[in-house]
Design a protein around this ligand. Structure first.
Ligand SMILES: Cc1cc2nc3c(=O)[nH]c(=O)nc-3n(C[C@H](O)[C@H](O)[C@H](O)COP(=O)(O)O)c2cc1C
Length: 369
């Protein structure tokens, strides 16, 4: 099986887990600048919405070259929409496609997508197959127009691609990057990109072995497994013994197994990979407020203040049409553990621009920290 970039990743694999409303382009760029995980996965993107022309969703598929390897995560339940969006993801130059089969949001699972797919393995397999078909058709030259993607979406995708091409040309000029990598990515050669799945150990009870065996029938490049059921949401502790059981089933099949759940440090990540004999892990909440997580660094308060400002500026630059309030939760995370920061935190929670954040934090940033 051709596992694409997954086969080229250095081991062990320690990637950033997708978190809707958190790991947007600004968060991922902060992490790419300071941390460098093995791979990034976008927030999940609804295929039905995008296939019907909801242009706003496209912003979740914005990424920077420095994130490579970067994977687009998609979810839904309609095969035709999976086909169209998988083809579009190929056009955007992603390194892989991940299908979400683990989201515990009630309204998503009840419609049969996300974790709901654990209950309908035949549908899950059909969606993987149609996604593979789209990737293969695209590699053989199928265009977005031929796939019936809405013209306004095609226009936006082309704009994004042109923008990226321009940026990498500029980068090459200014930094004298003479790399075939840049050419390959900006021009998007029609390679088959690998498909992976991110899921949970069961729906209302643990059925990990049964479920993983189903998934292995459609030869995926990788499976990321959160050690909780749908019913558990985020309660209790992730069950790493069940993750280890899934890893044993994947051994020798060509499908990689990444564990996920409750990892709080790089030491913890390495220890879990070793103890449970895994190809790697994904880390989500452990990275909140720490873009240095993946280099194992504990930043000083001064560095935290600098990061909060840098992140706010990136957020404004990348989302010029968005209000500022989605940024505030990140500011709170940056300030966790800041000495005597209660009053500062209260004031940061009322900010409406990077400029205001900078003004409030300039003292912290300049202090010895
Ligand atoms: C706010 C939030 C949003 C999430 N959004 C997604 C998502 O879009 N796609 C996905 O596969 N998992 C999503 N997850 C699940 C995480 O990727 C991960 O599986 C889970 O948080 C457990 O890992 P952790 O303990 O390292 O955070 C989300 C989790 C959180 C907390």
């Amino acid at each position: 099986m051709d596992t694409g970039f997954w086969g080229r990743l250095e081991r062990p694999i320690i990637g950033l887990a997708p978190m809707d409303g958190v790991t947007d382009a600004a968060y991922r760029l902060m992490t790419a600048r300071h941390g460098k995980p093995s791979l990034f996965i976008t927030e999940f993107v609804n295929v039905e919405g995008l296939a019907r022309g909801a242009i706003k969703i496209l912003r979740h598929l914005m990424y920077d070259e420095s994130e490579r390897y970067v994977v687009a995560q998609i979810y839904g339940v309609e095969p035709e929409s999976f086909y169209k969006v998988a083809l579009l993801v190929c056009e955007l130059g992603f390194d892989g496609i991940d299908i979400n089969m683990g989201c515990p949001a009630d309204k998503i699972a009840r419609r049969g997508s996300g974790a709901g797919l654990i209950r309908t393995p035949e549908t899950a397999k059909a969606l993987i197959r149609i996604t593979k078909q789209a990737v293969s058709d695209w590699a053989n030259g199928k265009t977005m127009e031929e796939a019936g993607i809405r013209p306004k979406i095609i226009r936006e995708v082309k704009k994004f691609r042109d923008e990226r091409r321009k940026n990498s040309d500029e980068r090459r000029e200014t930094r004298k990057i003479n790399s075939s990598l840049v050419t390959r990515h900006s021009d998007v050669t029609r390679n088959l990109i690998p498909i992976s799945v991110k899921t949970r150990i069961g729906y209302d009870r643990v059925i990990v072995d049964e479920w993983i065996k189903y998934l292995l029938e459609v030869s995926l490049a990788a499976i990321s497994l959160h050690g909780r059921t749908f019913k558990q949401l985020y309660s209790g502790a992730a069950d790493w013994e069940m993750i280890a059981s899934a890893a044993r089933l994947c051994k020798g099949t060509g499908t990689l197994l990444l564990g996920n759940g409750d990892i709080r440090s790089m030491e913890d990540a390495h220890a879990k990979i070793k103890s449970y004999d895994l190809d790697g892990v994904l880390v989500g909440r452990g990275t909140l407020g720490n873009p240095w997580f993946f280099v194992g660094k504990t930043p000083t308060p001064k560095e935290m203040a600098q990061a909060a400002i840098e992140h706010s500026e990136l957020f404004e630059k990348l989302y010029p049409d968005s209000p500022f309030f989605p940024m505030r939760k990140h500011l709170a995370w940056y300030l966790k553990g800041f000495p005597g920061a209660k009053d500062l935190r209260v004031r940061l929670m009322q900010t409406n621009s990077a400029k205001e954040v900078k003004k409030l934090l300039s003292h912290e940033k300049d202090s010895g920290g």
